[in-house]
Design a protein around this ligand. Structure first.
Ligand SMILES: [Zn+2]
Length: 610
């Protein structure tokens, strides 16, 4: 085993920490459990007993933050590196890559939750599209055992450049399929001995989203996740215990996210939305998985030496597909209820407003007819789809707009101005963030203001569009938020990605030897802090890469004090129609936290007076 002692670089980065408390001891094990899409305030004794208990016995983070855009892959990149998205370059789940990605059928706007796609983009962007070292890569290089199990995409992010499967154990939805990461040799042998299938089960009926006339799934993702938990509990943790080496293990639970997206409890209706029985069953499913993992940790005698951190990647909202300003909503489509927004409405509206032809990157750049819409909400705009003037990466509660064609600065400024002017007039927009190298635009804030401009090497969006959100009426508005979403899913199903507090407020808690007991941490924390804190708990040498770091959550550790917190609101200059993008933020030292952003009255949780 080759543990690196606390080197100088690490000491400098961790200045202010009680170094001796860490350096003197062998690092503890860490289990990171991610209940994908779990809203912070949905965890109660009657909905998720194991998580409620872990939170109440350990540290309850009551001021947690998912990073905007509040999607899975961006937040996985933050947890895996300790950096904000301006450094990781994972700006959303669908990003514009600037080249046709083979694993995504030649699309220039691939969905990143795919092992082959992650392999392709890594290869294209100098072997590591995130351009930062990830936690499990650093940990196993320092002598830890490492494993990451669960949802396809975010699980792999934690050691995405290690595709042999032999150094870090990787098990996800695609295990056993072509293009997947091979099982570790020892695990494969143990599974064969135990008579376990070497191919992950599919989601079965849970994977069915339905359509405009047929409701989606009425079942949680129980069967598939039980397979993952069994591998985690019966093979991986016992092996790690036997090896007598410290370990870091990630379990990424697709539920409640997958079920909340696809649930068929509320077709075309905003209530119950994502609070129906199927979504609640999905929260219970994730909770059951964590219960089994905690039981295993206890049974193996690992409780005193293992930290368990539970952090959802983002919150969740119910989908609205209504707009009175959108031209795309006024057209009839074969598969969209009359008057509703089609998937890809933003690309369609922009194509009309800018008078540019529209092409579908996910259907081999086929033209999109007036009465049709794109497959996944993405769009290429311009005369030549191979050399587009404007690209829309449609994602859900927010979309990315790219201006990839190299033209003169004046022309780019003019084009961005036209797009922004149009978006400021749409009832679905609530907040615009712009690359300030394109110029200043009243009504908008800069990508820099929300830590989206850093050392990333993937193409940077020109404009990030946040969509409107509102409460459907309940005691805790973040539990029943509705948001306009650019998605193939239906009104009444679930989505996230917006800058509402419903989507930024993710469940986070921690329990273990490095954390206080029965402690409520009211200081702001984010998923970048989770990554940074894990790296420090593991005594890893954090490389000097990028500048947009999260902070170490010291106040959650024994004998440490609460930090000083500053709160504020950043306001853009008003646009011609008076709209300003507002941003509620908090600050601890130099670390910024973003609560909510948008136009006054059009984003849940946005306070215009603070
Ligand atoms: Zn999701």
């Amino acid at each position: 085993m080759k543990f690196r002692p606390c080197f100088l670089a690490w000491l400098v980065l961790c200045a202010g920490l009680n170094i001796s408390a860490f350096a003197a001891n062998k690092p503890h094990n860490i289990i990171l459990f991610v209940p994908d899409g779990l809203r912070a305030l949905m965890v109660r004794a009657d909905t998720a007993l194991t998580m409620a208990k872990l939170r109440d016995e350990g540290v309850a983070f009551t001021n947690s933050h998912s990073l905007f855009p509040t999607f899975t892959m961006p937040n996985a990149s933050a947890m895996a590196t300790g950096h904000y998205l301006g450094d990781t370059g994972v700006f959303s789940n669908y990003i514009y890559t600037g080249y046709p990605v083979p694993g995504a059928g030649g699309s220039m706007t691939p969905f990143l939750e795919s092992d082959p796609v992650l392999g392709d983009v890594d290869e294209h962007f100098a072997g590591n599209y995130i351009h930062l070292d990830t936690l499990l890569k650093m940990a196993r290089a320092a002598g830890f055992n490492a494993a990451t199990v669960g949802k396809l995409g975010p699980s792999l992010i934690f050691d995405h450049t290690e595709r042999t499967g032999q150094k870090t154990v990787i098990v996800d939805d695609s295990t056993g399929q072509l293009g997947s990461i091979p099982l570790a040799k020892w695990l494969k042998e143990d599974m064969i001995k135990a008579g376990l299938p070497l191919k992950s089960p599919t989601r079965g009926p849970n994977g069915k989203p339905g359509n405009a006339t047929t409701p989606g799934t009425l079942m949680a993702n129980v069967k598939q996740q039980q397979y993952f938990v069994d591998l985690f509990d019966k093979f991986i943790l016992p092996k790690f215990k036997k090896d007598n080496k410290p370990f870091v293990a990630v379990f990424w639970s697709r539920d409640p996210d997958g079920t909340q997206h696809n649930q068929g409890d509320s077709l075309l209706k905003l209530v119950p939305g994502i609070n129906g029985r199927t979504s609640l069953a999905a929260i219970r499913n994730a909770d059951d998985d964590l219960r089994q993992i905690r039981q295993t940790v206890k049974a193996l005698g690992l409780e005193a030496t293992t930290d368990i951190i539970v952090s959802a990647d983002h919150g969740f909202s119910t989908i609205s597909k209504q707009s009175s300003s959108s031209a795309a909503a006024k057209i009839s489509y074969a598969d969209v209820p009359k008057g509703f927004l089609p998937p890809g409405f933003l690309a369609k509206d922009l194509s009309r407003a800018l008078n540019l032809p529209l092409w579908d990157p996910d259907q081999r750049n086929a033209p999109i007819a007036l009465s049709a819409h794109s497959k996944f909400a993405n769009g290429l705009l311009g005369k030549d789809p191979h050399d587009p003037l404007v690209v829309v990466a449609g994602n859900g509660g927010s979309d990315l707009v790219y201006l990839p064609k190299i033209e003169s600065k004046t022309k780019l400024h003019e084009l961005a101005g036209k797009i922004i002017g149009f978006l400021l007039r749409q009832d679905y927009t609530s907040g615009l963030f712009v690359d300030d190298r394109l110029g200043l635009f009243p009504g908008t804030l800069s990508l820099k203001d929300i830590n989206l401009q850093g050392s990333a090497i993937t193409p940077m969006p020109a404009i990030v569009v946040n969509f409107r959100s509102f409460s459907s009426g309940c005691k805790q508005p973040t539990n029943c938020t509705v948001e306009v979403a650019d998605t193939a899913l239906q009104q009444g199903q679930g989505m996230h990605g917006s800058f509402s507090r419903a989507d930024t407020y993710n469940f986070t808690a921690a329990y273990g030897p490095d954390f206080k007991h029965h402690f409520v941490d009211t200081a702001p924390i984010s998923n970048a802090d989770i990554g940074k804190t894990m790296a420090v708990l593991l005594h890893l040498n954090l490389p000097n890469q990028g500048k947009l770091w999260g902070r170490v959550i010291t106040e959650s550790m024994p004998n440490r004090k609460m930090p000083k917190v500053i709160k504020g609101t950043l306001k853009s200059k008003p646009a011609k129609n008076g709209l300003r993008t507002l941003l509620n933020y908090q600050q601890v030292d130099k670390t910024l936290y973003f609560d909510a952003a948008g136009f006054n009255g059009k984003t849940v949780g946005l306070n215009s007076k603070s």
